[in-house]
Design a protein around this ligand. Sequence first.
Ligand SMILES: Nc1nc2c(c(=O)[nH]1)N[C@H]1C(S)=C(S)[C@@H](COP(=O)(O)OP(=O)(O)OC[C@H]3O[C@@H](n4cnc5c(=O)[nH]c(N)nc54)[C@H](O)[C@@H]3O)O[C@H]1N2
Ligand SMILES: Nc1nc2c(c(=O)[nH]1)N[C@H]1C(S)=C(S)[C@@H](COP(=O)(O)OP(=O)(O)OC[C@H]3O[C@@H](n4cnc5c(=O)[nH]c(N)nc54)[C@H](O)[C@@H]3O)O[C@H]1N2
Ligand SMILES: [Mo]
Length: 781
Amino acid sequence: MKLLRHQAAASERVHSSHWGTFFVSGRPEQLLVRPNPADPDPSSLLRNIPDAARHSARIAQPVIRRGWLDGGPGPDKRRGRDEYVAVSWTEALDLAAAELQRIREQHGCGAIFGGSYGWSSAGRFHHALSQIHRFLNSIGGYTAHVASYSSGASDVILPRLFAPVLTQRTAVVWPDVAAHTELIVAFGGLAVKNAEVGAGGVGRHTVRDALQAAKARGARFVLIGPLRNDLRTALDAEWIALRPATDVAFMLGLAHTLAVEGLHDRAFLQRCCVGYEAFERYLLGESDGCPKSPEWAEPITGIRAARVRELAREMAAKHTLITMSHSLQRAEHGEQPVWMALVLAAMLGRIGMPGAGYGYSLGTTGNVGKRPPIVPMPSLPQGRNAVSSFIPVARLADMLLKPSEPFEFNGQRLHYPDIRLIYWAGGNPFHHHQNLNRLREAFSRPQTIIVNEPFWTATAAHADIVFPSTITLERDDISGSSEDNFLTPMHKVIEPYAQAKDDYEIFSELAARLGADGVYTEGLTSAQWLRRLYDDLRAQLSAKGHVAPPFEEFWDSDELELPTHDGFAGVLKRFREDPLRTPLQTPSGKIEIFSETIAGFGYADCGGHPRWIEPEEWLGSARAREFPLQLVSNQPSSRLHSQLDFASYSQETKIDGREIMRIHPDEAAKRDVADGDVVKVFNDRGAFLAVARLSREVHPGVVQVPTGAWWDPVEIPGEPQGLCARGNVNTVTRDVGTSRLAQACTGQLCLVQVERFRGAVPPVRRYAVPTQTASDTSGTP
Ligand SMILES: Nc1nc2c(c(=O)[nH]1)N[C@H]1C(S)=C(S)[C@@H](COP(=O)(O)OP(=O)(O)OC[C@H]3O[C@@H](n4cnc5c(=O)[nH]c(N)nc54)[C@H](O)[C@@H]3O)O[C@H]1N2
Ligand SMILES: Nc1nc2c(c(=O)[nH]1)N[C@H]1C(S)=C(S)[C@@H](COP(=O)(O)OP(=O)(O)OC[C@H]3O[C@@H](n4cnc5c(=O)[nH]c(N)nc54)[C@H](O)[C@@H]3O)O[C@H]1N2
Ligand SMILES: [Mo]
């Protein structure tokens, strides 16, 4: 264990973010940011920090929506279109506490939706999600959510087949890839830009170097996906540009070749897996009369059968690693590719060998595939939630629009709770959710919506009560990720903006008004909490025989490097050696190629083994006649989701404030669209504007626009639902679950049409207070 110092200048303070550690100094309006010199590949996202702290997008004081203030709580279609009235902290806190109390008394705590999904900011103590959950638990509980937008399908299915998503993230570690892998078949790629971030912080960015080391040793890369730049050009990858959403058909073609040519590892399938026989009957067409041969797959995927066959043979001959990005499962029937890739890796028989097998989600963030620390990172205890109702996270709008209606989830029949109050802190549903016009309708239903936010996001602009939160630079904290072995002090660098308060302070004030401050704060200041969290970590380390320095020494350093262990890779190695003595945590103790449990649920959209199920929105569906382009809405390269979208680096990747849409030149020509034209991207759910960029790195039939532009629908003639002028992709995505099993987010893909925008182009509005704020009655300091 080591304390590290990196010779920060006297004026600099060490700080951290989801995209890395940095040193900061300078004026709040224009901060000077220097990446951690010990980081071999610091993230460019740091360039969004200098001008963020005092941007006009900051929320300056507590505000109340005019309609709520005048008319009281209740459903209201003006949400998102109303003006705001500035009030004092006391008034806002009194109103919010009284409303929480009213809902609690009249409807019970289950009527409060506090799931509050979102990435929030780095920092173990001030982590907004931990704070809001602890607060709501202290006053009686809340309706929660399960799983994530990132890996909602895998979160549910992988533990039944292999291991929980968090566990399997170390199934294959980067040092082993660098040293051993001969062939990397990457479904959805291994985009280095995605590895720039990691929830909680990234001590060292190591993915680029690991890929390069594998390449230098002679590893070959195959990229399977619609976009060429999902793998670095320096890796000389072969690009197999298949139609999006058809990977399962492609994989079945590979599996079929392995099976008929006897290239599958029968011994491994026998020893370490269950259910191969049932799957093979489907694969060979014995159960349904349709062999899943490469010829069968070709018209679905668009990939020549001969190419599939060659690749299958090469995969069997080499030390092969299959990786898969989360994106494939953030789509209709997203459970299937996750499962099918596991089956393919099992057939190759190298699961549990270093640098081979199945590296699900490797590369999707900077910390997947690192050796994890030997103790969990410190975290704020959540208390106990006395309410048992929950939703799968992406069923948010369904819950609000269909109270009391039944739905299926993971073998259970549940009912949507009747939500009267939403409280959000640390997330942006008007970024992350699909079909935003529908979400706006859903957000008109509750009686009250409360949001804590540092910035005027579309979510804040749909709330009734808005509390201005501080950003991390305005408070002391400790950062660290449970998958990374660096703990970093985050020093307060600047004073809170205007009247902003820490979430901890806001919730303490509310808890006090609701008679729960003792439970929520335990009588501790935030400085005392930091010390407690650190001391807990110290005690855990000490129990494992490691001596960590006292808090003061840690606080004076720049990083604490923690010891690591071999993670799930080590577990899999032992499992492979002796599956009976060291079983997996699945029902059979083995890898489940056939799952009796899932088969027992009787779902038509997710059966007992993986299969090709045609989605409703793909290039081969009837709907594609009307909306013939598949929109890939992937993660942005210049920001984390919607965070700091207004800041300078994010803005550099736009044109006149609008997102860029990449399109193949042939598709552009069909539509008379030239490079640089403003285009309308639309379907029957909505429309947004973007700027066309012609690119041969995009599969024909596909257009790509990154997520993260702040939703800003402008009402113009001829566009009854408005048109998002900045280019938020979720204006057009589809709000439907992956299947009855996981009910997960399917936002990555949807069908659209594109045309040159011929009207007067509406300007992109400034990132600032939505509509006109009534004159400040409280007096901003
Ligand atoms: N179409 C489509 N949609 C997608 C995806 C996709 O691939 N395609 N991907 C999905 C995925 S994987 C994810 S994870 C989600 C991400 O969705 P989110 O996690 O909701 O997105 P963020 O922009 O990170 O939102 C975090 C919010 O927290 C606020 N915040 C930061 N720090 C603090 C703080 O200290 N206190 C408070 N109160 N607030 C704070 C930020 O200002 C920001 O508004 O999006 C999903 N949506
Ligand atoms: N810079 C940056 N990095 C990030 C984030 C960010 O916002 N910014 N967000 C982080 C988060 S929360 C998450 S969950 C991860 C998400 O990690 P991922 O889900 O892996 O990331 P995406 O960029 O959404 O998708 C990766 C690629 O998948 C490809 N793809 C889409 N559909 C298909 C398909 O049907 N088949 C195949 N073969 N490929 C397909 C697309 O070409 C896309 O570029 O990224 C993390 N990293
Ligand atoms: Mo995510």
